[in-house]
Design a protein around this ligand. Sequence first.
Ligand code: 3SL
Length: 234
Amino acid sequence: MSKTIDVCLSPELMHLHNVQDRTVVVVDILRATSCMVTALANGADSIMPFADLEECRKMKMRGFVTSGEREGKKVDGFDKGNSPFEYMGEEVRGLKIAFTTTNGTQAIEKSKDAKQVIIGSFLNLTAVVRNLLLGENSVLIVCAGWKGRVNLEDTLFAGAVVEKLKDYLGPDCDAPLAARHLYNMAKDDMSKFLSESSHVKRLNRLNIHEDFEFCLTVDKYNVLPRLKNGMITV
Ligand code: 3SL
């Protein structure tokens, strides 16, 4: 049977999808999955994602570094926030990280029953595409969005994947087609295309424009983070 590809534009639409026999790619370009990819590419041991903030906080007692955000800001008492620049360099090597974010880790939680869960971002786009191309499973890209709403940046990533696989994986519905068309409109200057988007405005208010530019870098890292038994590793 030939493989297909679908896109879930918001985690609120997950009830429409049967993930058991699919590879799910979870994406939260700004900034959760970009941070995860950066941390693991820089030698972090593992990332345990939490939907619940207090569950994540408890992991400190078990020797984990606590990381993440609420409303874009580092959580009080946590070790790290949600900027990819906090997950670079020698200090990251070997860390076991407990991670919670507003949307990204919620999307991971909703995807956990998939046959395979991988973590996607522009930073590791080719590694993701290669895995999907070589794998046996049909694909679902789960966009983390923002509090249940659709966002542009995750949709663009989904479109990039659909575009690169268009000769091999047929679309299950119009969402992959819409994402692909959007990506093709945006690809020559994604930064400009996204300048009016809601999350970019949010990040600009927090004075973190450099995170936005970094998260749009294509193929900075050749890593493929996967979720297994509640833990993300490469
Ligand atoms: O929602 C998330 O998972 C975050 O990545 C949002 S923020 O970029 O930290 O605001």
